[in-house]
Design a protein around this ligand. Structure first.
Ligand code: GLY
Length: 362
């Protein structure tokens, strides 16, 4: 459950924002959103539109080869092809756009906006979405980096049949760590790169970025963009392009978004649930916790199953009160727990704040 320190920390940030109402602009995002929040704030300050602001923000992650959960450098599907999902919602016009399973285009968030602006559809997918994007001048390019290609190859090499056999090794070594057999397979790769690739092979990512903005006029918009679950079956679509799951904005109430395991979010229509909770009077942190409880309920609150994944929600109310919340207090990697955080910019430098959470990993 939420501990006292976390609760107070969340409440303090929220209370501060509440005092100011919507008298100042606020941008929040998932933990990879420090630079995106700063960029979005810069655009809000110069009078730019809230949707243009959040899209320009997340474009930074979409083109960053080191963010392996979004855009260029995102980890690919099981066939080594990067498949992207994204959606946008524009509060002032109440419009939405979404794209799923898009290949070879670095900025799916922009494509989602083009769909919103240039058609009367909301969602496009796959090859036809690619054709649509190309018709509107988007450049086709290979989104695999050398790093993500190696991670994909290491993932393939890690696969074993029921007898523990892998087509990539003679079976005489006993893999379990990126030791000699992996270095033999990929002699050019550094031990650090192989350690990273092995970690990703063992723990597929559902990273994603969600970014929500409120300006001084009370206008709100949001965006969610992702390369989705790494090593997914081609065609798998997560929550990120699903309006109401990966993102929902109603600027009369607020906005919400999500990162993490999309399958769980789709089953609780998380972003819409959170906005509706706020509409019915819940504070953002309570709205987020309620949504996390719905995720937990879908597993009869069985922590031994819930521990296998994580999911995060972000909520920004129209008066500037905000919250970030996770199913678990953090993520354990190599025996170390890193706490879950989310990014906030309310006019100064972007900062990370602690997420509230439902359960504690020990
Ligand atoms: N939340 C990203 C995904 O599951 O695809």
């Amino acid at each position: 459950m939420v501990n006292r320190r976390q609760w107070l920390a969340g409440s303090a940030g929220a209370a501060l924002a509440a005092q100011s109402g919507a008298a100042r602009s606020i941008v929040i995002a998932s933990s990879n959103g420090l630079r995106p929040c700063a960029k979005a704030m810069e655009i809000l300050r110069s009078g730019g539109d809230t949707l243009d602001a959040v899209i320009a923000g997340v474009n930074i992650q979409e083109e960053d080869p080191d963010d392996d959960s979004v855009g260029y450098g995102g980890l690919p599907n099981e066939e080594g092809v990067v498949e992207l999902d994204a959606c946008v919602m524009h509060g002032p016009t109440r419009r939405a756009g979404s794209v799923a399973s898009l290949r070879n285009i670095k900025y799916p968030s922009k494509v989602a906006k083009t769909i919103m602006e240039q058609t009367d559809h909301v969602m496009m997918a796959g090859d036809n979405a690619l054709r649509f994007a190309k018709a509107f001048g988007y450049k086709e390019e290979n989104l695999l980096t050398e790093k993500s290609r190696l991670a994909w190859l290491v993932w393939k090499a890690s696969l074993r049949d029921a007898r523990g056999h892998s087509n990539w090794s003679d079976g005489l070594d006993a893999p379990g760590k990126p030791t000699a057999w992996l270095q033999r397979l990929f002699p050019e790769a550094s031990p650090e790169l192989l350690a990273y690739a092995w970690d990703r092979a063992m723990h597929p990512v559902t990273g994603t970025i969600n970014c929500l903005a409120l300006n001084v006029k009370g206008e709100m918009s949001g965006v969610t963009t992702t390369s989705g679950l790494s090593w997914k079956i081609p065609g798998r679509v997560g929550d990120s392009p699903i309006i109401g799951a990966g993102l929902y904005v109603d600027q009369d109430v607020g906005a919400a978004g999500s990162t993490g395991r999309g399958e769980e979010n789709i089953r609780v229509a998380g972003a819409h649930t959170i906005v509706e909770n706020m509409r019915h009077g819940m504070a953002p942190k309570d709205a987020v916790l309620d949504c996390l409880k719905r995720v937990s309920r879908n597993y009869n609150r069985d922590k031994s199953r819930l521990t296998k994944f994580d999911i995060n929600f972000y909520a920004l109310r129209k008066d500037g009160v905000y919250a970030g919340g996770s199913l678990w207090n953090g993520q354990t990697r190599q025996g170390k727990l890193s706490p879950r955080r989310f990014a906030v910019n309310d006019g100064g430098q972007s900062r990370l704040e602690d997420c509230i959470y439902l359960y504690e990993r020990r």
